[in-house]
Every structure is written in C-alpha cells, then in structure tokens.
Design a protein around this ligand. Sequence first.
Ligand code: DGY
Length: 323
Amino acid sequence: MSKPRILVTRRWPAAVEAVLAERFDVTLNGNDSPLGEYELRLALSTYDAVLPTVSDRLPVAVFEGAPVVTKILGNFGVGYNHIEISAARAKGIAVTNTPGVLTDCTADIAVLLLLSVARRGGEGERQLRGGEWTGWCPTHMIGTKVTGKTVGIIGFGRIGKAFAQRCHFGFGMDVVFFNRSTVDPAEAARYGARQLPAIEDVLAAADFVSLHCPGGAENRHLMNAARLSTMKPNAFLINTARGDVVDEMALIAALEAGTIRGAGLDVYEAEPDVPKALRRMENVMVLPHLGSATEETRTAMGMKVVDNVTAFFEGRDLPDRVA
Ligand code: DGY
C-alpha cells in the first residue's frame, strides 16, 4: 500500500523531519518560505495530510474553491486560532495540536518578559550596546521590585498554572487569576494562586497582568481600552498567548497616555508585523514569538504531530484531536 502523502509547510527540527520521511511520502519545505493562501488551497487538494504552523493562515476561503483531499491537519503548536476549525470540520478534516510539551518554555518566556519590563532589561542592554552607559550611580535606570508584588493571570490552563507556580514559589509573588470555569481552591493553592470572580477584579489587583487564554473569536480584544484602563497605572501587561487577545491600538494608546506602565510582548495581532509605536517605546519589551523556541520543546512538538498523524493513518484515536 502506498504511503500517505504529507506536506510540512515549514522547516521542522531535523530529527522530526527524519521520522516523517521514514513513515510517510513527505514533502518538506526546503527553503522554509511561508505558504500563501493559493499554495495552502493547492495543498489541501493534493496531500492526504498537511502539517501547518501558526505562520499559515487557513481561513474559510482556503477550504473552498477546489476539491479537498486532505484528511488531517496536524498543527505544529498548541494554539490553532489560525485555522478556521468550522471550515475544516465541514470538509471532514480532523485537526490536532500539541498541548503539554510547551508549557514550561512558554511560562519561562512570560517570566523573562515580566522580569525584563520590571527591571528594564531591554532598555539597559540597548543603552550599554549603544555605548551610552556612563557608569553606576544610585539613580540609574531604576525599575520596580518583583518580590511581594501581585501578579494577575487571565486563563488558568497548563501555561497559566506553570507561570503562577514560578511567580509564587520563585519570586514570592501574590498570585490571583481569572478563569472561565471554577478551579478547585485546593488545586489553585498548589500553584500558590487564588481565583477571583471577574477579569476586572484581577486587573484592579495586579501589578503585572499576564495573559494565558487561547486566541480566536471568543477572546478577541479581551484586553480592550476599557479593560486596560482598569489596570493600575503602575502595572505592566505581559502577553505570551496570542496577539488578537489584545487590542493593539488600544494598548499603544494606553502606553502613550501612561494608563499603564509598560508591556512585555511575545505575540502580535498581525505577525510578523509589529507596530512601529511598540518597537519604539522603551517601556515595552518585544520578542519575536519565542514562547516555545527551545530545541527540546520544538522537537517534542514535532514528535507530537508525528504521533497524531501516525495514529490517524493507522485508524487509531487521535491523542490531541481538536476537531
Ligand atoms: C503555540 O504552540 O501555540 C505557539 O505559540 C506556536 O504556535
């Protein structure tokens, strides 16, 4: 029997590409260039499986126009708001993701952003590299202390919990969170955290607000102008979730007006475009979507996709099915 035909839309860790090549009739993306809408539509009418990433946009239009032969989208990533799930479902395409394996590394990046904005790490490095540091003095680049402050988490899933644990047990922070469903207080306490009833309660209490909820329609612009104005004027916003969770224009306005003190961002509304205003502000730390970017995690993500696609073509239940 011939092997299933599989398209990998970007370069993946070599170890994972090697396993895919052994098991499937695989087409790799040698030069790693992102695919456009036309190429993705063509892929859906050519390959048995397509393995996309967050850099591939799969709106309804990609699923229409040509007959679809793809039976599974094995997404390389836990977030899948770049895929129109209802359109995939309507075409009978299964969709899987890669939960669990990027929890620690994404929580680590949120901590990196929190510490960087509090202690002005990016600013300090820019000053030194620019040859502008004139030496130590008691009033130089004064930041804000982290220990003992309150961190507010929006979304208490795996990554929110891992971030809470780091903040509470690592930095002695008070941790409050909002989650749509009620979390058992004993479970929350394991992470040094306690649940508050409304997002606004968390925003009003927190010195640092960190977003850990999914992107997509349900949370689009959850942090809008009104909610930003509920934050303390000295508070910082951290976003390692998805760009569309924050109204970027409202965030820029809030930062310019001093409604909040700063922001640490790893994700953006129209990646890889990041508004110049954000790139210019000294009180904003901007990273290029590095949440899961470690050798161990990216390989583990790839192997999860391999497991899901292998299970699919062997007729087994999919470990990480989202549609
Ligand atoms: C994820 O897995 O969601 C990462 O942000 C990369 O897509």
